[in-house]
Design a protein around this ligand. Structure first.
Ligand SMILES: [Zn+2]
Length: 323
């Protein structure tokens, strides 16, 4: 049974990417999904990689029959939750992608009766370019600026590591990265993902920065104004860019914006919905209201997550007492 605080399953109330119950499923390590890690006393169901990326040692969680996790694409460690009980199946995709990336495999489409799906890009305006085209655009941009300093803005968790891997593989470039990005890279490497980068402030990075170089910083710090200041400081041309799916519909104050997305776009979200065979759709995360409305117009039985009813139980102790 689904409620506003999660899934009541096998006697357990399981929060889905929030912290409303004692037992919480965390689909991946982006901060808008990790509230459970920021609250004391929560038992967390997540991949080993997600634990490591948020800086925690993996911990065991109750073995729950009929409950399983599947890859979600999106970023290293992202998982979908699949629950089967009394012949009925439920899937929560979390943020997902149906395409392989440089640092994560694609998500399988899981058959189910009830599908709670990330609807961030479930809008007809979000038809993203193919990943290969975006990668080729970045490759050309970097090659064309080989006498310049190039600074990319990218989110620290997931997108920066994807961009580093792309720059390593497609451009043979080891970028200089902000300290916060390097910390997440270390977690990736502990999970077996090799990334070639230089941490800002290190002797290696200082040496590299005597020449034209490529850098990655948090997107909030990268702008044309920042580029001008950097150009004056280094006496060299500076090119600025961002790498985010939102570049498809938003304007950023940089020289070039690349729609490097780790989300399913509108077509892939609709493909998942059709191929899952779900009889009921629950739209979750940002854009859920508009997505549910759009799906209802198409004839789907769809609601947004906030329309789910109130929970019957809230604590793990209560759940365990009823078992
Ligand atoms: Zn995410």
């Amino acid at each position: 049974m689904l409620s506003s605080s999660g899934l009541l399953f096998g006697g357990f109330q399981i929060s889905l990417d929030d912290a409303l119950s004692d037992l919480c499923f965390v689909s991946h390590a982006h901060s808008d999904h990790t509230a459970a890690f920021r609250k004391a006393g929560k038992t967390i169901i997540a991949s080993e990689e997600t634990f490591r990326i948020v800086g925690r040692e993996p911990q065991p969680h109750p073995k729950i029959g009929g409950l399983s996790l599947f890859p979600a694409g999106h970023m290293l460690g992202a998982r979908q939750l699949h629950a089967k009980l009394d012949g009925e199946t439920f899937v929560y995709t979390g943020d997902f992608s149906l395409h392989d990336s440089y640092t994560a495999g694609s998500a399988p489409i899981l058959s189910c009766d009830i599908l709670m799906i990330d609807s961030t890009y479930c809008s007809p305006s979000m038809r993203l370019p193919q990943r290969g085209q975006v990668a080729e655009g970045i490759r050309r941009f970097v090659a064309g600026g080989e006498q310049s300093i190039i600074v990319f803005g990218a989110y620290q968790r997931g997108k920066s590591q994807e961009l580093i891997a792309l720059l390593n593989d497609e451009c043979s470039v080891a970028p200089v990265v902000h300290e916060g990005i390097a910390k997440i890279c270390e977690a990736y490497e502990r999970c077996g993902v090799r990334l070639d980068y230089l941490q800002a402030g290190s002797e290696e990075a200082k040496e590299a920065m005597r020449h034209p170089f490529v850098a990655i910083m948090p997107p909030s710090k990268v702008s044309r104004e920042f580029g001008s200041n950097l150009s004056a400081a280094f006496d060299r041309d500076v090119l600025t860019a961002v790498a985010t799916g939102w570049a498809h519909i938003s304007v950023f104050p940089v020289d070039k914006a690349f729609a490097l997305s780790d989300h399913a776009d509108f077509r892939d979200t609709m493909r998942y919905i059709y191929e899952s065979g779900a009889k009921k759709i629950v739209c979750a995360n940002s854009g859920s209201r508009a997505a549910a409305l759009h799906l209802r117009r198409l004839g789907f039985n769809a609601i947004e997550k906030s329309e789910l009813g109130a929970p019957q139980q809230t604590t793990l102790q209560e759940c365990m007492a009823k078992k």
